[in-house]
Design a protein around this ligand. Structure first.
Ligand SMILES: Nc1ncnc2c1ncn2[C@@H]1O[C@H](COP(=O)(O)OP(=O)(O)OP(=O)(O)O)[C@@H](O)[C@H]1O
Ligand SMILES: [Mg+2]
Length: 292
């Protein structure tokens, strides 16, 4: 039986976390022991495009099964940092990463870690819903499993249904699974993309402004979904919408830029604290809409 326990993050935030027995698959996988009490731990992380330092000296810790919002002005490196967290940054030519990024206590950039596997463990949902255009709803959801070599029809069907249910879109698509993914509305496409991300059973789900292309109702649905997903997953969500950050997240990290336009972490704390009584005047000014 899973049991609930409270852990303290580095920022002193108490977060409820559910501990589960380590699965046999995980226990067998020495590259990813679940040894850490943090889902993610960053120590002095820097990210470069050529010689330009877009992210400077970021250190933070993220509790498992929590929602963390990344907020801050445009260009302060939020998307870059997300891409560092799932090893997508390095896919652009001339880029580099420094510092330490630990996933479940294991160095994500260590020599034993396969970047493709890292991207499965750390899934990403983008700003614009991006279902694969030539694929049906069903094929979209199971595309990652197919790539991973799963052939069993019953397994694929079962994962598709579970993932679409978890993404709160099953009832809307169950009678048209073989229609194109692109035939859905924007909000439905975004939930389909979330289903596709969770179908491969990631540990972490990164979301880069997932609601910015959605209307208010579709936005609310995705926000509700984010809260539900936090029961099983660790979620990091970038948003420019302060109400959204305060509605969905447990913890908020506020970033800004220095004179060289390098993004840095100003402070990270319980969302309620950041929005009512932040330590830094910079944070207060941003939240009050005085700059950024
Ligand atoms: N492919 C790239 N090549 C060179 N510089 C880049 C590239 N992508 C981003 N940058 C630069 O890195 C910095 C951080 O950009 P990033 O997109 O991470 O910011 P952001 O906080 O996500 O901004 P926004 O809120 O507008 O999405 C910016 O100065 C940007 O111009
Ligand atoms: Mg961005």
């Amino acid at each position: 039986m899973p049991s609930d326990e409270s852990i303290k993050t580095s920022t002193g935030v108490t977060t409820s976390r559910r501990t589960e027995p380590v699965s046999a698959e995980k226990a067998a996988d020495d590259a990813y022991p679940t040894s850490s009490k943090y889902a993610l731990e960053l120590n002095n992380v820097e990210a470069f495009y050529g010689t330009f330092r877009a992210v400077a000296g970021v250190s933070l810790k993220i509790a498992p099964k929590s929602v963390t919002a990344f907020i801050g002005p445009s260009g302060c490196g939020k998307s870059t940092l997300l891409r560092v967290l799932n090893r997508m940054h390095e896919t652009l030519p001339g880029t580099s990463v420094k510092g330490q990024t630990l996933l479940d206590g294991v160095d994500l950039y260590g020599p034993k870690v396969d970047p493709v596997r890292a991207r499965r463990l750390v899934g990403m949902v983008f700003q614009k819903p991006n279902p694969f255009p030539t694929m049906s709803i069903f094929e979209n959801v199971i595309s990652g499993l197919r790539l991973g070599g799963v052939r069993s029809k019953s397994e694929l069907e079962s994962v598709a249904e579970t993932s679409l249910r978890k993404a709160a879109i099953w009832d809307e698509v169950k009678d048209k699974l073989h229609q194109p993914g692109t035939s859905l509305s924007g909000g439905q496409q975004q939930r389909l993309c979330i289903a596709r991300t969770i179908a491969v059973k990631p540990e972490i789900v990164l979301m880069d402004e997932p609601c910015s292309a959605l209307d208010p109702l579709a936005t609310l649905k995705v926000e509700e979904l984010v809260r539900e997903l936090a029961v099983d997953y660790t979620i990091v969500i970038v948003t420019h919408n302060m109400q959204q950050a305060s509605r969905v997240s447990d913890t908020t990290a506020f970033f800004s830029m220095d004179e060289q336009r390098a993004g840095y972490l100003v402070e990270m704390d319980a969302t309620s604290k950041i929005f009512t009584n932040p330590k830094e005047s910079l944070t207060e000014g941003y939240i009050a809409g005085r700059f950024g």
